[in-house]
Unconditional design. Structure first.
Length: 356
């Protein structure tokens, strides 16, 4: 009879020991969100900001003391930006954890199967060739990035699953490299043909949270909720898949089905994040790997912790982006790369010694 290895089985009391980590991560996220509300180009009184945040709670009505202009800055600019950063960070982190679980590799990230290249090509095409700003009330650049990301992943998955190789994960990775290279080449061609729009294109590629609005958050929230919920439900199955496809089949788990559902949900989460923020690198590698070091190798803990830590990470990175070059602002992708690149080197070195 085939049994799961120890790393795929919960130890007695293991989940209970993880609860303090969940509580600490949740408190860190709340603290980061509050800090994000207090920081910005406009000088808002901290006491007024805190009271205004409390005033936004249901059934609460207090005098926050902010002027109408100050309150508008807080509610219409800072709040959607901070909540958007938390949402994007959570989506990229949980998507990265899902990819790492499917490919059994701590260096897999949400852009592995062509989501970044597809989103970049979609955004570049509409920036370069479209005069429209919206389609049915939806910003055309976010819409094109979303469609491009999904299309890129579907192309890679379709190519990988029809290649006829037994090792599905290896084939998918190779297909992702091929599709990403092709789409990146197409994007470069468009950029060369539309040199007047290079500034807008590169601004989007480097990522930005400055233009996130409440309407965009409401629009993407259903996709974010569905993709995150599906990924969290598959934590146990990803643990089972650590033993390999054949062993998982003996245990009654269809590796191909789990791989398809997880990759679909992770890709949807990635496309949703990219649509409102542009391309933000390294987060999907850094956060799940750091969480794995803290809480162990079970994806039942890695996935929910990645949601909390990913949101915290990006909110704090956005604070750095807003303050490091004040009164100017750094692209958020530059900040995450500056933090993530050294960590990526650490992951490369540790991977030779640590068995997932």
């Amino acid at each position: 009879m085939t049994t799961l290895p120890a790393r795929a089985l919960p130890r007695p009391g293991e989940n209970r020991r993880a609860y303090p980590w969940y509580a600490a991560a949740a408190l860190a996220l709340v603290g980061a969100v509050v800090a994000g509300m207090l920081v910005g180009a406009a000088d808002l009184p901290p006491r007024g900001v805190l009271l205004a945040l409390v005033d936004e709670l249901p059934f609460v009505d207090i005098d926050h003391g902010l002027s109408p202009v100050q309150h508008s800055v807080l509610v219409e600019i800072r709040m959607p930006r901070v909540f958007g950063a938390a949402l994007v960070g959570a989506l990229l982190a949980v998507a990265g954890a899902g990819y790492q679980g499917v490919f059994r590799n701590p260096m897999a990230d949400p852009y592995l199967l062509g989501a970044a290249a597809g989103a970049g090509l979609g955004a570049t095409l509409v920036i370069g060739y479209s005069d429209a700003e919206e389609v049915a009330g939806i910003g055309i650049v976010p819409l094109a990035a979303f469609v491009g990301a999904i299309a890129g992943v579907l192309m890679a998955y379709g190519l990988g699953t029809t290649a006829g190789r037994a090792d599905g994960t290896t084939t998918l990775v190779l297909a992702g490299v091929a599709v990403s290279s092709f789409l990146s080449a197409a994007q470069t061609f468009v950029q060369q043909a539309q040199v007047d729009e290079l500034r807008r294109i590169y601004s989007w590629i480097l990522g930005s949270l400055a233009s996130i609005t409440w309407d965009e958050l409401v629009l993407v929230l259903p996709y974010a909720a569905v993709s995150t919920f599906v990924l969290l439900l598959h934590g146990r199955l990803l643990d089972v898949m650590t033993v390999g496809d054949e062993e998982a089949a003996v245990l009654g788990v269809s590796a191909a089905r789990v791989r398809f559902v997880v990759l679909l949900a992770a890709s949807l989460a990635t496309a949703t994040a990219v649509a409102i923020s542009g391309l933000i690198g390294f987060l999907g590698i850094v956060v799940p790997h750091a969480v794995r070091r803290l809480t162990g190798g079970s994806y039942r803990r890695i996935l929910p912790m990645s949601v909390l830590v990913g949101g915290t990470f990006l909110v704090l990175a956005d604070i750095i982006a807003r303050t490091a070059a004040a009164p100017g602002e750094l692209p958020i992708g530059v900040v995450t790369a500056f933090i993530g690149a050294p960590f990526f080197v650490i992951v490369l070195r540790a991977t030779r010694r640590v068995d997932m």
